[in-house]
Design a protein. Structure first.
Length: 88
């Protein structure tokens, strides 16, 4: 079967996501800023998806891939910003 469907279920909204759409909206990395309500919905999915991703892709950063799959599952798009600077 489709490996993404095995992770999050066949009815998951990201099962129908194209690679281009996923790259545009879900290819992210830290730092994450989200509302409390978004985190409350995202975290259980992220937790559930991580071991399933790791089973299929043990050499991949399973927790990061699971994070983006959880966000896609709830159709939570990211606003990607590159204008931040961190200094000491």
């Amino acid at each position: 079967g489709d490996s993404n469907s095995e992770i999050s279920g066949a009815s998951s909204s990201h099962s129908y996501t194209t690679r281009e759409y996923a790259d545009k909206n879900y290819a992210v990395g830290p730092v994450y800023i989200a509302s409390t309500s978004d985190w409350m919905e995202l975290l259980p999915r992220w937790h559930d998806f991580t071991p399933r991703v790791h089973e299929q892709y043990p050499k991949l950063l399973a927790e990061m891939y699971a994070f983006t799959m959880a966000a896609a599952d709830m159709q939570l798009k990211f606003a990607l910003l590159s204008s931040y600077m961190v200094s000491d």
